[in-house]
Design a protein around this ligand. Structure first.
Ligand code: HEM
Length: 371
C-alpha cells in the first residue's frame, strides 16, 4: 500500500510560540488568603530554586482535593533575591521597595526576597499550601511576615468600607497587571507591592460615619463614590486616582484582605496587595498618599492606618517558574553558591514523611526534626 501523502506544508514558516502563561494573578476576590513574605538564608538559594518548578504541583496536591475551593498561589521574587537566584537579564522594573517619609506618615521598606500570595474560598486550603511551602523551605528561607486574611462581610475592610470595588475588570484588568512589549524578555509578567497596615480602630470608630466617608471618598453602606464637589482632595479615593500623560486612568489590581488578632489588646489591619504592569503606578499612588499631591495633604486614611511593612516583588510567568534560567555562578551577596550547590538537598519533605504516628500526614505541618 502506498504511503499516504504528507500533509501540505504550512505556509508562512513555523507557528508562532504561544504567549507565556501568567501566574494566577487575576482570580476573583476570595474568602481567605495567606500572605507569606520570606527572606532567603545564606546558602538557601538552591532549595528555593528547586521549589519553583514544584509550585504548580504542590498547588494541585492541595487544590485537587477541593475543586470548589479555587486555590491559587502567586509567587513573587524580590530585587536582591533575583540576582542570587538567576543568571541573565533582570526585569526592567524590579528594584527594592522605596521608603517614603512624609511630614506625618512613613511607608517603611522591610525585607522580602519571596512572596507567596495564597488564595482560596477556604482557609484550610491556604493554610495547608502555606505549610507545604514553608516546609520545603525550612532551613533555606525565613518567614519574616505573614498574615491570614479573611473575608469580612461583603468584602469590607476592618474600617467597615467595601474594598476592591474600583478594580479593573476583564481586558482592562489583564492590561493593568501584565508586562507587554516594553520589556519583551518579561512579557506576561507582573509586579506586586505589599504593605501591612495596622488600624487604630478606636480612633476611627470615634469619627462619625460622615467623617469616615469623607476620609475614604465613598459612602459606607452603599459604597458609592462621593461627587467631586463633596470628595475632599485628601480622601483616599482622590489621592489614589492617578492618570497617564494623555489623561487616561492608570489602574492596579488590589486584593486587600482584613486580618487581626485579639491577643495583647488586639491588632487589626488591612494587608494591602497591589499588582501592576509597572510598579511606577502603585508608587505614584503611594507618594500621593504619604507625601500628598500638595504638601501637608496626605491621605486621611493614614491618620488611622500605620504601614508597618513594605516590599516589592517581580511576578514571573508560570512558564518561568516551571523552567527557571540557570543559577548565577556566585550569588553576589552571600558568595555561597558552591556551598549551596554542594549541600545535600533535603531528603524528605513533610508531605512525604512516613506517617508512623497515625496522622496519615493529612495535616502536613508535621516538621522533620532539625538536622
Ligand atoms: C490601609 C490600607 C488601605 C485601605 C483600608 C484601603 C481601602 C480602600 C477603599 C475602601 C477603597 C474604595 C473602594 C474601592 O474602590 O476599592 C479603596 C480604593 C482604592 N485604593 Fe485603597 N486602601 C488601602 C491602601 C491602598 C494603597 C496602599 C493603595 C495604592 C498604593 C490603594 C489604592 C487604591 C485605589 C487605586 C483605589 C481605587 C480608587 C478609585 O479609582 O476609585 N489603597 N481603598
Amino acid at each position: 500500500m502506498p504511503e499516504p501523502a504528507p500533509p501540505p506544508a504550512a505556509t508562512g514558516g513555523p507557528a508562532p510560540a504561544p504567549p507565556p502563561q501568567p501566574q494566577d494573578v487575576l482570580t476573583p476576590l476570595t474568602g481567605a488568603a495567606v500572605f507569606l513574605v520570606l527572606t532567603i538564608d545564606p546558602g538557601g538559594e538552591r532549595t528555593v530554586r528547586d521549589l519553583l518548578p514544584d509550585l504548580a504541583g504542590l498547588r494541585r496536591s492541595v487544590g485537587f482535593r477541593a475543586p470548589d475551593g479555587g486555590l491559587a498561589c502567586v509567587a513573587g521574587i524580590g530585587s536582591d533575591a533575583w540576582d542570587r537566584l538567576f543568571a541573565g537579564p533582570r526585569p526592567a522594573g524590579l528594584h527594592p521597595f522605596r521608603e517614603l517619609v512624609g511630614p506625618r506618615h512613613r511607608a517603611p521598606a522591610t525585607p522580602g526576597d519571596l512572596l507567596f500570595h495564597i488564595r482560596a474560598a477556604r482557609m484550610d486550603l491556604c493554610f495547608e499550601l502555606a505549610g507545604l511551602l514553608t516546609g520545603r523551605l525550612a532551613g533555606a528561607a525565613t518567614v519574616v511576615d505573614s498574615a491570614e486574611g479573611f473575608r469580612y462581610f461583603d468584602n469590607r475592610d476592618l474600617l467597615g468600607f467595601v474594598d476592591g470595588t474600583e478594580n479593573p475588570e476583564g481586558r482592562a484588568a489583564a492590561a493593568a497587571v501584565t508586562v507587554g512589549a516594553e520589556d519583551p524578555a518579561f512579557a506576561g509578567c507582573s509586579y506586586v507591592i505589599v504593605q501591612k497596615y495596622l488600624h487604630d480602630l478606636d480612633a476611627w470608630n470615634a469619627l462619625t460615619v460622615e467623617q469616615q466617608e469623607l476620609a475614604v471618598g465613598r459612602t459606607k453602606l452603599t459604597d458609592v463614590e462621593l461627587p467631586d464637589a463633596v470628595k475632599p482632595p485628601d480622601s483616599h479615593v482622590a489621592l489614589t486616582g492617578v492618570t497617564g500623560p494623555d489623561g487616561e486612568e492608570l489602574q492596579i489590581m488590589r486584593f486587600n484582605m482584613p486580618f487581626g488578632s485579639f491577643a495583647g489588646g488586639g491588632e487589626f489591619g488591612t494587608y494591602f496587595i497591589g499588582y501592576a504592569a509597572t510598579p511606577a503606578v502603585t508608587e505614584e499612588m503611594l507618594r500621593n498618599m504619604f507625601l500628598g499631591r500638595r504638601p501637608g495633604r496626605h491621605d486621611r486614611l493614614l491618620d488611622f492606618s500605620t504601614a508597618v511593612t513594605g516590599s516589592l516583588f517581580h511576578v514571573p510567568t508560570a512558564d518561568f517558574l516551571d523552567d527557571p534560567p540557570p543559577a548565577p555562578p556566585v550569588p553576589p551577596e552571600t558568595g555561597a553558591a558552591e556551598v549551596a550547590e554542594a549541600a545535600p538537598a533535603p531528603t524528605e519533605s513533610p508531605a512525604t514523611a512516613t506517617a508512623s504516628d497515625g496522622s496519615l500526614a493529612i495535616g502536613s505541618l508535621k516538621r522533620t526534626p532539625a538536622r
